[in-house]
Design a binder for this molecule. Structure first.
Ligand code: ATP
Ligand code: SF4
Ligand code: MG
Length: 482
């Protein structure tokens, strides 16, 4: 099949991230057809290096980036991060490595949840990571569980009343039929059902909500819980003094029991210590989010409370960069971070990424379809075509002497700000990218290659050196070893 092979890989001891013979296939249709999105791609990145990954739309750049992140796991091949093969890790071990590897997704606006505030979006990775690291004490977990159990039971009770009502409405004769056995139950439910259902819904929702809130917003959850328990006690007292039905006595008795128990457990010294630790962690997260937002050029005071739709595309990209930085990663895969932005904002974001790379000591994989952008930011460039790597080189060398006919065509399609050079004098790339469901035999580029010969259809070229750290997968490269 453009080419396979791994001659361009450097010693594993020198590289931080290494993809070996990655294959990603997606099943399509019913007849066992597959999209060969990534076919035997090998790449590596040294610590502190920026690898540019370039190619036209649909060649598999994003799929390669996601396969490195194990989102989803590749069909086959290995991804070595700092010597560990990520493809062999189970879910929980992989979660421990995830903070080191972050991704900035292709479309900045759609990768941000429009309903959440920017402060919460950027803090989310920190909170998930912290909740993985910090298991709450037994007392906090018990308080949480009591509220959740009571919340669920009340909601289930309300749902049962609704179901019985429906039976009564749909099969009314059953309700009046002395022999059906349901009439007695119905007589009991009917007068009290409305209030039971309403109270079950309202109090069940509050209890469930408190169960979810108590771990994250302790202080406020405890105050609401105290009020909630007091209301339950008052309602129980009223029910016992004759106001309301037997059903409501049961509801308020159980509500009082669960809410008072949850409150008592939540104020025990062990819980208080745990809650105090959580507040400290929360404050630290807040500080980290503020620092990262200001590092990416956003004012935390105004940005944190706003939602993504209140920002421009360039600002949304800054938020995405902040979210990727917040866990202090080692590697960031930037998937077309500037393609949705206008030229002046592109320059700002590229500069920002360079600054962040230096400040956070990052290693980057920079995906783009624009060779001009990749040249400016990369230490090494890999060119992809239809799921394969066709050329790997230092950017200056790649631009000065492209060895693969595809790279040459891509370079000549970059607009030149010189009116004396006519676009039609340059080697234009003609034809459409073939379908990745049924890629061409031999070299995948042969259907569009001006140099193609019989051998190109028969044999897949294997990537090989043309000197000077420059590698190409072509039977008839435009440059040869010097
Ligand atoms: N989940 C999926 N199911 C089926 N096919 C997919 C899936 N994801 C990607 N593909 C296919 O895999 C191929 C590579 O897609 P990918 O998104 O990696 O391309 P790309 O190089 O990032 O393109 P672009 O520059 O447009 O973002 C395409 O043909 C695409 O249709
Ligand atoms: S010359 Fe042959 S092997 Fe080289 S890119 Fe063209 S088709 Fe592929
Ligand atoms: Mg993409």
């Amino acid at each position: 099949m453009a080419g396979s092979g791994d001659a361009h890989l450097r010693s594993p001891a020198d590289t931080l991230l290494r993809a070996e013979h990655l294959v990603v296939e997606f099943p399509v249709g019913r007849k066992g057809a597959k999209v060969h999105a990534v076919s035997d791609v090998s790449l590596d990145v040294r610590p502190g290096e920026t690898l540019g990954l370039v190619g036209e739309s649909g060649c598999g750049k994003s799929t390669t980036g996601k396969a490195i992140m194990q989102l989803p796991r590749p069909t086959s091949g290995g991804v070595l991060y700092d010597g560990t093969d990520l493809t062999g890790l189970d879910g929980s071990t992989l979660r421990k490595v995830r903070p080191d590897l972050q991704m900035i997704f292709q479309d900045p606006i759609s990768s941000l949840n429009p309903r959440r505030r920017v402060g919460d979006i950027v803090a989310e990775p920190l909170r998930i990571w912290a909740s993985d690291q910090h298991r709450p004490s037994a007392t906090v977990a018990l308080s949480e569980r009591l509220l959740r159990v009571w919340g669920l039971a009340s909601l289930a009770g309300a749902a049962l009343v609704v179901a019985l009502w429906l039976v009564g409405a749909v099969v009314p004769y059953m309700a009046n039929d002395e022999d059906s056995g349901l009439s007695g139950a119905w007589d009991w439910i009917s007068p009290t059902g409305g209030s039971l259902m309403f109270n079950g819904l309202v109090f069940g929702s509050i209890a469930w909500g408190l169960g979810n809130l108590i771990r994250d917003r302790v202080a406020i959850a405890r105050r609401i819980l105290a009020l909630f328990a007091a209301v339950n006690v008052v309602l129980l007292a009223l029910a016992l003094s004759g106001v309301g039905s037997d059903g409501s006595k049961l509801l308020w008795a159980a509500g009082t029991l669960f809410s008072v128990a949850a409150l008592v457990v939540a104020v025990l010294p062990a819980s208080s210590r745990d809650f105090a630790a959580m507040v400290t962690v929360r404050e630290e997260h807040d500080q980290t989010v503020r620092r990262v937002l200001s590092d990416v050029g956003l004012d935390p005071d105004t940005a944190m409370a706003r939602r993504p739709h209140e920002f421009s595309g360039g600002q949304c990209q800054r938020i995405c960069i902040a979210r990727a930085l917040v866990l202090d990663p080692k590697v960031i895969i930037c998937d077309e971070p500037v393609s949705a932005l206008d030229v002046s904002v592109q320059a700002q974001i590229l500069n920002l990424l360079q600054d962040m790379k230096a400040r956070y000591n990052l290693t980057l994989v920079f995906i783009a379809h624009d060779l001009a952008v990749v040249k400016n930011v990369s230490d090494r460039v890999a060119v992809m075509y239809l799921g394969k790597v066709c050329e790997v080189a230092d950017p200056d060398d790649l631009y000065a002497r492209p060895a693969h006919p595809y790279t040459s065509a891509l370079l000549s399609s970059i607009p030149v700000p010189d009116p004396t050079i006519r676009q039609d004098e340059m080697t234009a790339l003609t034809g459409e990218l073939p379908s990745p469901v049924d890629p061409p035999s031999g070299c995948r580029f042969r259907t569009r290659c001006p140099q193609a010969q019989d051998l190109c259809a028969a044999e897949e070229p294997v990537i090989r050196s043309v000197g000077n750290g420059h590698y190409v997968a072509c039977h008839f490269p435009l440059v040869t070893s010097n």
